[in-house]
Design a protein around this ligand. Structure first.
Ligand code: FAQ
Length: 326
């Protein structure tokens, strides 16, 4: 008992840590930005590496469902826009891996974790793109959900992540508009085109709501991430904002959201939605979604086929170094 009490007394070492922790939280509370060389608790660093790397992987894997339609786009204009969008997503991945590198997480190590199936990426990218309308639905809903989640991240307490998000959000809003425009063209087109748009909406609506993560009651990281101002809104708050913004857009398109329980609350004006299938969400993030295997296989293949580019870049860099040394 006595020994235990002695052990609990602050030693000079943990007194110093406690002081650093308190200063760190004061900086966060006063909206100061934390930069790469600043002191930070190890748990803060790990939380950021976890979230930023999952985000980066999502951007990289997120190229695959839409990439599959580049050669099948219905016109040159659509092909050019889709190609640019997919390239943008790749660029977002690179900004994010670079942000993770400022936290001492190497891009190679993160990429290995992804390819070994040890890393998470957004559940949404494990669903198939069956028709051209899916490209419209992804831009409209998936990029729409991504923006809703990422605008608050522009004010994240960690500077390099927050700054990366500013540029990402600008590009995502262009993506959202091009997706909505594809949906509008289809929804105002022939009966078959409208049916195709409705079918895509039916399939992408619920997975889009799952992008915001588990309900607040099950979100294990939210409380701490909110205290550290990494998160500014809870998963359910952002999901609600997304539903409220999207329902009028669906009405404008003349499409029906696949939710018989959807109704507007008379007092708050919020759109109340039905029960999300959280079992499906759990299965998808556990690796059992419709396309998990395919996505990882495609990423591994692309990595193997890109080996010569990495080797050439490394040889070029080594040559530059020896030239400077000479
Ligand atoms: N999918 O305690 P929480 C995009 C995991 S980018 C898979 O609530 P947190 C652009 C979570 O990681 C889309 N896993 O976690 C684009 C955690 O697992 P862990 C990606 C999910 O971090 C568009 C566990 O569940 N965006 O779309 C998902 O506080 C078109 C417990 O969850 C970002 O990554 C999910 N949906 O909140 C690209 C944004 N949800 O790590 C191409 C940044 C949760 O303990 C085409 N991330 N999990 O093993 C965030 O804002 C947060 O990480 C949340 C989750 C909100 C996703």
């Amino acid at each position: 008992m006595y020994t235990q009490a002695l052990n609990d007394l602050p030693t000079p070492h943990n007194l110093e840590d406690a002081e650093k922790m308190a200063n760190f939280q004061t900086r966060i509370d006063s909206e100061d930005r934390i930069e790469a060389n600043d002191w930070m608790p190890e748990a803060y660093r790990r939380t950021l590496v976890r979230q930023i790397s999952q985000h980066a992987h999502s951007e990289i894997i997120g190229q695959l469902p839409e990439g599959a339609w580049i050669t099948r786009a219905p016109s040159l204009r659509r092909k050019a826009a889709l190609l640019a969008k997919v390239q943008d997503e790749c660029g977002h991945g690179l900004y994010l891996y670079a942000a993770a590198e400022t936290l001492n997480a190497s891009r190679e190590a993160l990429m290995d974790q992804l390819m070994e199936g040890k890393a998470k990426y957004s559940s949404i990218f494990n669903y198939p793109t069956m028709t051209w309308a899916d490209i419209g639905a992804i831009g409209w809903l998936v990029d729409g959900a991504a923006i809703m989640n990422q605008i608050p991240l522009c004010r994240c307490s960690y500077g390099p992540y927050a700054r990366a998000m500013i540029r990402v959000c600008k590009e995502e809003s262009f993506h959202q508009r091009q997706g909505f425009e594809i949906m509008m063209t289809l929804a105002k087109g022939s009966a078959r085109q409208k049916a195709m748009a409705q079918d895509a909406l039916n399939r992408w609506w619920w997975p889009s709501l799952m992008m915001f993560g588990p309900p607040d009651t099950d979100s294990q990281h939210s409380d701490q991430s909110t205290r550290w101002k990494i998160k500014r809104f809870s998963n359910d708050e952002l999901r609600q904002k997304f539903v409220d913004a999207t329902v009028p857009q669906a009405q404008f398109l003349g499409l029906t959201l696949p939710d018989p329980d959807l109704r507007q609350d008379e007092v708050t004006g919020n759109w109340m939605y039905g029960e999300i299938d959280w079992e499906e969400f759990k299965q998808v993030i556990a690796g059992n979604g419709p396309c998990n295997q395919d996505r990882l296989a495609s990423r591994r293949k692309a990595h193997e086929e890109g080996a010569w580019v990495r080797e050439a870049a490394a040889a070029y860099a080594a040559r530059q170094v020896s030239r400077h040394a000479a």
